[in-house]
Write a protein that binds this ligand. Structure first.
Ligand code: KG4
Ligand code: ZN
Length: 352
């Protein structure tokens, strides 16, 4: 069974074809990131306009690379939440139209759930993909670490899960992006903070790990503020010194040490909670997904701490992509009815 997956929840316009929920035939992504970088963060109107411009060519390319025509496609899966509404609308309206015109079943996919299902892809005809050897097993613990979400989810089976905890304020990727701004690094902040952190001392500064009321919840806004106060203190200024002027006054070694100290605490926070959830729920597999899942420190810390390891996938499938949506679409086709192509709406605040 071949599913076309369409993803437009944020700044990536993505389409992919996946066979039987495990074999990747194509994975096309066009990002409008460079346009947002000029503004230091996502501009929703620019994201939506970019989706309109490229969605049809991206879908055509995904079909062509997969060597498929519409007769070979058995269903269309599309992200309907969570995300920016203007962006989601482009993907959903395109998928609805194609489902009607091409007479295909339509599957509405939860973006965060999709991130975890990227780990079910175990083979591909494409070059340069480092994929997991084994399919995740249930019960499965999922850690979602992205620009919009930080969540721990326990899956008894496909479509049967419980949200254990989530961030009460900023997502971890958002914290990376905000710290990048303080340090004068380009958007998206995750990769640029991680790169600079390699040159710094992770123990140079002591930053706080937030305490949360619920055991498996997260909080990152205090850490972000602590980084701001630290940077102001380092240049001898008080808390009212404007954050956008900080990076010119910090020297390279201060910046690298701040990046490394922040990264250590942010990553330790999610590693500790994942370890605690693993000890409590004893899953057969642990999977991670979302843009921050490509962070090298997160991967190495989890390998050190988790006795039976964890599953993650190629970095190209950690950030937003259509393949994860197509993969979950395959499983959804087994467990739920297709959506109505005349009425499917968008859910910007959809939760797990
Ligand atoms: O999953 P994703 O592509 O989009 C959302 O669903 O949000 O994640 C994007 C986030 C951004 O905040 C970006 O800074 C972060 O993932 N990110 C990273 C890395 N690569 C991307 N964070 C830390 N280390 C990385 N290597
Ligand atoms: Zn995402």
């Amino acid at each position: 069974m071949r599913i076309l997956g369409i993803e437009t929840s944020c700044d990536e316009t993505a389409a992919a074809v996946v066979e039987d929920g495990r074999h990747l035939l194509s994975n096309e992504v066009v990002s409008s990131m460079d346009l947002h970088a000029l503004f230091g963060g996502i501009v929703p109107e620019i994201a939506a306009r970019s989706h309109i411009e490229v969605i049809n060519p991206v879908i055509e390319k995904a079909l062509k690379t997969a060597d498929c025509n519409w007769h070979d496609i058995d269903g269309i899966a599309v992200t309907y939440g969570a995300g920016l509404n203007g962006s989601l609308l482009i993907g959903v309206l395109t998928a609805r139209t194609l489902a009607l015109v091409k007479n295909k079943p339509l599957y509405a996919i939860n973006h965060m759930e999709g991130h975890l299902y990227a780990n079910f892809i175990t083979s591909t005809s494409l070059s340069n993909y480092l994929l997991p050897d084994n399919t995740p097993k249930f019960p499965m613990l999922g850690l979602i670490v992205s620009g919009g979400h930080t969540q721990l989810v326990f899956f008894k089976d496909h479509k049967n899960y419980q949200l254990l905890g989530q961030t009460t304020d900023d997502a971890i990727g958002e914290a990376f992006d905000k710290v990048a701004k303080i340090l004068g690094l380009p958007y998206p902040g995750g990769p640029s903070v991680s790169r600079l952190a390699e040159k710094g001392d992770p123990n140079a500064y002591k930053l706080p790990i937030a305490k949360t009321q619920k055991e498996f919840d997260f909080s990152f806004s205090g850490l972000k503020t602590a980084v701001l106060r630290l940077a102001q203190h380092e240049i001898g200024e008080s808390y009212d010194f404007p954050s956008k002027l900080l990076s010119e006054r910090l020297n390279e070694s201060q910046k690298a040490n701040i990046a490394a100290s922040f990264q250590r605490v942010a990553i330790d926070t999610v590693v500790k909670k994942t370890l605690a959830a693993n000890n409590r729920f004893n899953p057969k597999s642990i999977v991670i997904g979302g843009g921050v899942a490509s962070d090298s420190l997160l991967r190495s810390r989890l390998s050190e701490e988790l006795p039976h390891g964890f599953i993650t996938t190629d970095r190209k499938l950690c950030t937003d992509n259509g393949a994860m949506i197509a993969t979950l679409g395959f499983y959804q086709s087994k467990f739920s009815k297709p959506s109505n192509p005349y009425t499917l709406g968008t859910f910007p605040n959809l939760s797990m």
